[in-house]
Design a protein around this ligand. Sequence first.
Ligand code: AMP
Ligand code: MG
Length: 377
Amino acid sequence: MSCDAPDLLPLDEALRRLWEALPGPALPEVRAERDDPATDRAAMDGVALRAAEGRTPRRLLGTLFAGDDPAAFRVIAGCAVRIMTGAALPPGADAIVPVEDLDTEGDSVRPRVEPKPGDHVRPRGDQARAGDLLLPAGTPINAARVALLAQEGLGLPAQPRIKVGVASTGDELVPDPAPHQIRDSNGPMLAALARGLGADVTLRPSLPDDPAALAAALRQTGDLRILLTSGGVSMGEHDHLPGVLKDLGATILFHRIRLKPGKPMLAARLGDLLVLGLPGNPVSAYLNALLFLGHALARLEGRAAPDLWRRGRLTASVKNKGDRPLLHPCRLVDGHLEPLPGKGSADLVTLAKADACAWIDQGGLEAGAKTRWLSLV
Ligand code: AMP
Ligand code: MG
C-alpha cells in the first residue's frame, strides 16, 4: 500500500465539500393561496346528478366544460348536467356518474350503477386548505415544485442554463499530431458531457503548459460559472494549475481524492467561478467530470444532489490491489456488469466501448458480487 493514501479525500467527502462551497438557490416557503381544489370538481367525464335519486332516468339540462361557471345550471329533482373532467360541480348535484356507466337516450340518461354522494367528485380542499404549508423554505427545485409555484400564483425561479467553459491544457495537444503529440480529445468529450447535463457550453482553445498563459485564461472567464480544465493538476513539472490558482487567490476546495482513476482531481473557487481541474488522462477526466460537474450543476440550479449510482452484479471478478477504490469500465449485459479488459486511465478506447463503470473496493470483487455503478450511456 502506498503511504499517501491517508492524505487523499474520499469521493463522497469531496462531493460534499463541493456542494457546500456553492450557493444553492432554493424555493421560498410555499403556502396554498386558496383551497385546492377551490370548488368541488368533476374527476371524470360523465353527468352530475343527485345521488339520492338512484338509477332513475334524468333529463339533461346542458353541458359544463372545465372553466365554465357552474352557476349556469341548478340540478333539481329528475335532472342532470353533462360534465367534463375538471369542470366545477353545478349547485344541487352531489355525484358524477361516468360516461361508461350511463345509458343515454335523446336528452335523457339513466345510470347503470347506483350512485353514491361524492362519487367521482374531487371535493373542495381535498388536496390543501388555503394557508396550508405546502413546501418549507429551502426545498430543492424540481419540475413538480415549479408547477406548484405556478399553481399558487407565485414567482417562478429563474432557471438559466449554467454557463460552463471547457479548456484543455497541454503542450502536446495539436490538431495534426506528430508521433510525440496527440489531439485534444478531452475538450470535445467534456463539452459533450456538459451539454448532455444541460449546461450552456463554450469549448475554448486548449492552453499551453505555461503559468502566465494559464493565469491569463483564468482571469478572462467572463460570465462563466464553471470552468472545466483537463490536465496539469498532478505532480509533473508541467502541472502548473494548482500553483497558478493559489497565486490568483483561489480557494482550493480539495486537491487529490481517493479514487482510481482521478487521484489528482482539483476543485477551486475563484470569485464566483468554480474551477474543476480534471486530470488529463481521458478516463479520469470523464469520470470525474461526470461526478463533480453533475453535482455542481444541480447545486447551482437549486436541485437536490443527484444520485448517479445504480446497483448491479459483476459477471466476472475484478482485482483491485491498489490503495484506492477503482471505477472499472464494463459492458451491460442483461442488466449485469461485464468487466472489460481495460488498460487504465489513459485507455479511451475501452472507455468508449463501455456502458458503465463499476465501483470496485480495495481488495477487488468476485464474480456475482453486487456493487454500485455509474451509467456512461
Ligand atoms: P496531465 O494530467 O496533464 O499530466 O496529463 C495526463 C495524460 O493525459 C498525458 O498523457 C496527457 O498527454 C493526456 N492528456 C492531457 N490532456 C489531454 C487531452 N486534452 N486530450 C487527450 N489526452 C490528454
Ligand atoms: Mg499535461
